[in-house]
Design a protein around this ligand. Structure first.
Ligand SMILES: [Zn+2]
Length: 241
């Protein structure tokens, strides 16, 4: 069970599950207590909830992300310099890997008795969050840039969230939600709940492959970009101080 939040930059640890940032400004991650952990024997239909024991939730219900197939990409082997397989996350309920982080965020909100969940997104995460919130009976707030195309807004609106169109870029919207005094539980790109859910991609790969597990995996996501932006913001702040 993941219990504590830890900063992998300075090592500070926190018990408060809804904290999203270390006092040094860096993102936090859930420490996993792997003592006694065994690879689950639950049926594959349990999807990512097979790994519930190492996720920061008590339960998990609603649409189930995973397991997603590993697809061989032999035509890319020579380019990659190895036997390359791709994890096809498009078969998740709303069509993206973002469902994994959303599922954990929504389950944690239900565990805590929260009524609202929210996100800042250009599209896929807003669709995912609103769909899982609707399935769990939670209210949902999504913040999108004011210039989000109407076709994308129409998709997001299918699950009836409160949509706020806000001037400013994605990074600025994200930063603003960190400072909001609100009862909305935000599952943004590098919030610990969301990252905990996305780790299940690596668990599935390890579970599907003969030992030893892969030493490296790569997830195409906005997380790295957001971290880089925040790193630059913090560095600039420190220089100005
Ligand atoms: Zn820190």
């Amino acid at each position: 069970m993941a219990r504590r939040l830890r900063c992998y930059d300075c090592g500070n640890a926190y018990d408060c599950k809804d904290r999203t940032r270390c006092s040094c400004g860096e993102p936090l991650w859930f420490d996993v207590d792997a003592a006694g952990f065994e690879w689950p024997n639950e049926p594959r239909s349990a999807g990512m909830w097979r790994y519930r024991d190492v996720l920061p939730v008590r339960n998990g219900d609603g649409p189930v992300p995973g397991p997603t197939p590993l697809v061989r990409a032999d035509r890319l082997d020579e380019y990659a310099g190895c036997r390359l397989s791709l994890k096809h996350e498009g078969v998740n309920p709303t069509g993206s890997f973002k469902d994994r982080g959303t599922a954990v965020g929504v389950a944690a909100a239900v565990d805590a008795g929260d009524e609202w969940i929210g996100t800042v997104s250009h599209g896929n995460m807003a669709l995912s969050t609103s769909a899982y919130a609707a399935a769990a009976g939670l209210d949902c707030a999504v913040f999108v840039p004011a210039d989000t195309p109407p076709e994308r807004l129409k998709l997001i609106a299918r699950h009836d969230p409160c949509i706020f169109r806000v001037d400013g870029d994605y990074g600025q919207l994200y930063a603003d939600t960190l400072d909001l005094d609100t009862e909305v539980t935000f599952v943004n790109s590098d919030t610990p709940l969301r990252v905990a859910g996305q780790k299940t991609i690596a668990y599935e790969i390890s579970n599907a492959r003969p030992r030893p597990p892969p030493t490296r995996s790569r997830s195409q996501s906005a997380v790295a970009a957001t971290r880089a932006r925040f790193g630059r913001r913090c560095a600039n702040s420190r220089r100005r101080a």
